[in-house]
Design a protein around this ligand. Structure first.
Ligand code: FAD
Ligand code: SF4
Length: 396
């Protein structure tokens, strides 16, 4: 079947076991299994449930029979998959890898492709929509304290119609997500700010928004974003591995409306986050000087950042750039240096804030500066491969 870029489908797996185990019809899992079986890729990078629902484990799968273990969505995953891909899998330079990616995974991978840290020819991006992820420990606390449920009893959590719903064997309990977030619970702060919910920067974008009618809850909405995506989808359809239907027009509209609503909410969050600063680097450093003074220079943010890639980091105390005697710079300058490196590329993935022992809102600070760069240069990180970074000369 000839599939074209921008085409949209409802789809579900023909494999009953995968369909059952998949989040919404098991299409991602079916595609991944087929890519491995046909040798189109050497491995897939996906996310498996570890100890429990609150434990998202990135996993490299090479045996097609193991792919089913990665079916399902884990919303408490704070990880960004660009890091294992660039750091531990040598930027896909030796292996062809298909990655299941949230929009921020895809954005960061695209930035690293531009920086030559990931081989874009060897990577297939199978995108999943994302309304946001939640921090595991805080979420378990919230389930105990606010929902008055045992986190172990929760079978599934999802955001639907403005509520964060916890499902147990006894039924569902939903609380308005904006009420939770006003009290510092719910989605991670960077996810609340995120302005890409449908990963049209991946090869395919799959999600449940817009699936209505008899297939609601049993199928996934698939949007074809690139020629590579069209080829992948065409093959699994031809092989009879997935069943597709034309989406219901009203469903297409609903998907668009939900997405627009979520983006509007993100914009409000950004306005709140960026209030009180022009976004200029020195102004931002000044606004957050008290927070930044708590920095203990543990290098946690640098280590966690998927886009921080210099092999010889000038922030090392032994580096020649710093004060004689091996002193690392005072907090604002430590961060100023990172900002200069990251200002154009930061994808607001939030990994830095997750790890900071001093609870400095690092991601918010970076995102404020990055937003200013967007305004000045019109460059939005992670959306495509063919636009050069504003601060680097890159041979495209
Ligand atoms: P499956 O066949 O079940 O495959 C799911 C794939 O996602 C697997 O490869 C799995 O490894 C991977 N995965 C699981 N957790 C993660 C994670 N944390 N990070 C990266 N990959 C992961 N759709 C919407 O329409 N609206 C939403 O708001 C929305 N939010 C989501 C939030 C998250 C964190 C995730 C992971 C998905 C979300 N989705 C959302 C997508 C939706 O849940 C399904 O993934 C999609 O419909 C595909 O269904 P499937 O049955 O084909 O997937
Ligand atoms: Fe400083 Fe926090 Fe980064 Fe550690 S993680 S270096 S304390 S900002």
């Amino acid at each position: 079947m000839s599939v074209k870029v921008n085409e949209q489908f409802y789809a579900y797996s023909s494999d009953e076991a995968i369909k059952e185990q998949g989040e919404y019809g098991g299409v991602v899992t079916t595609i991944m299994k087929s890519l491995l079986e046909t040798g189109a890729v050497d491995a897939i990078l996906a996310v498996e449930e570890g100890f429990d629902l609150y434990d998202a484990v990135p996993t490299l799968i090479t045996d097609p029979e193991d792919v089913i273990k990665s079916a399902g969505s884990i919303h408490c995953g704070t990880l960004n998959l660009a890091k294992p891909l660039s750091k531990y899998l040598n930027g896909a330079k030796d292996l062809k890898i298909a990655v299941t990616c949230k929009p921020c995974d895809a954005m960061t991978i695209r930035e690293l492709i531009k920086k030559g840290k990931i081989n874009g020819d060897n990577v297939l991006l199978i995108g999943v929509n994302c309304g946001g992820t939640m921090p595991p420990v805080a979420t378990m606390d919230m389930i105990r304290d606010v929902y008055e449920l045992d986190p172990k009893d929760v079978i599934k959590e999802e955001i639907s119609k403005g509520k964060l719903i916890m499902e147990t064997a006894d039924g569902e309990k939903g609380i308005k997500i904006d009420e939770l977030e006003a009290q510092g619970m719910g989605r991670r702060e960077n996810c609340q700010r995120c302005d890409l919910k449908i990963p049209n920067n991946a090869d395919l974008a799959l999600g449940n928004w817009g699936v209505i009618g008899p297939l609601a809850g049993k199928a996934t909405f698939v949007e074809v974003c690139t020629e590579k995506g069209a080829e992948i989808l065409g093959k699994v359809i031809d092989e009879g591995l997935i069943v597709t239907e034309e989406p219901i027009e009203k469903g297409v509209k609903i998907r668009e409306n939900v997405n627009n609503f979520m983006l509007k909410e993100s914009l409000h969050k950004k306005e709140e986050d960026y209030a009180g600063t022009t976004g200029d680097i020195l102004d931002v450093l000044n606004k957050y000087k008290e927070d930044l003074s708590k920095c203990i220079k543990c290098y946690g943010c640098r280590e966690a950042c998927p886009l921080c890639y210099c092999e010889d980091c000038c922030l090392e105390a032994e580096g020649p750039e710093w004060v004689p005697g091996g002193q690392i710079p005072t907090a604002p300058f430590f961060h100023l240096t990172r900002m200069v490196h990251m200002a154009d590329a930061c994808t607001n993935c939030g990994q830095c804030s997750e790890v900071c022992p001093s609870e400095i809102p690092v991601a918010k600070i970076w995102s404020t500066v990055n937003n200013k760069v967007r305004d000045i240069y019109g460059y939005v990180p992670g959306r495509s491969d063919d636009v050069p970074l504003p601060f680097t000369e890159h041979p495209l």
